[in-house]
Design a protein around this ligand. Structure first.
Ligand code: SF4
Ligand code: SF4
Length: 198
């Protein structure tokens, strides 16, 4: 199949004939024009541009800041919500039937960086850090185990988690109290109705 090339204008053809080095001159002129303008690139990796904190990059599993204990309860909600099934979890259960992190693998080759795992986590301990420089020469290098994803939460993150837990607890207590009050009210109305009928 032949591809039709757009026809060059007569003036352009003429300028090509008359000034064969016109392209080089135009290029040099543009280079000189931009030589003194503000630079938009940086000398990476010595210098790095500041990334927006909302950037979704490498996945991290947060641990408690001081004693490095797991925050994750291995509930597997992140693995279930993941649209490409790139999180693989095998929980570890202790004598008190409490779940801890056993196997926690993340395949960053498949990850879409959608942030759904972060959204769904009840403990707020899986986060997508604004980190972008973790490339690898092999696929295996982007298959991270628990040691590759774990990091200590910062003090701010830890306070946010505790605050969120408190808020959820208060919400649950308020919900339970509302259900209880509604039940008591219904029972009182039923009793009053029975008394008026008898
Ligand atoms: S960011 Fe999205 S694709 Fe990546 S692990 Fe989380 S849920 Fe899966
Ligand atoms: S959703 Fe959160 S708590 Fe549950 S397994 Fe994933 S990281 Fe751990």
């Amino acid at each position: 199949m032949s591809v039709l090339k757009p026809k060059e204008s007569f003036l352009r053809q003429l300028s090509k004939l008359m000034f064969p080095l016109w392209g080089i001159r135009a290029g040099l002129y543009m280079t000189l024009q931009t030589l003194w303008r503000r630079k938009f690139t940086v000398q990476y990796p010595e210098n790095r541009i500041e990334i927006d904190p909302s950037y979704r990059g490498k996945i991290s599993l947060l641990t408690e800041p001081e004693n490095h204990r797991d925050i994750c309860i291995s509930c597997q909600q992140c693995a279930r919500i993941c649209p490409v099934e790139c999180i693989h979890i095998i929980p570890k259960v202790d004598e008190a039937k409490k779940r801890h992190v056993g196997v926690f693998d993340v395949d960053l080759n498949k990850c879409l960086f959608c942030g759904m795992c972060e959204e769904v986590c009840p403990e707020h301990c899986i986060v997508l850090d604004p980190v972008y420089d973790y490339s690898s020469y092999s696929h295996d290098g982007l298959y991270l185990t628990v040691d590759g994803v774990s990091r200590d939460a910062s003090v701010e993150e830890w306070q946010m988690m505790l605050g969120e837990k408190d808020r959820k607890k208060r919400e649950q207590e308020a919900k339970r109290a509302a259900v209880k009050a509604a039940k008591e009210k219904a029972e009182a109305e039923k009793k009053a109705h029975e008394e008026t009928e008898s």
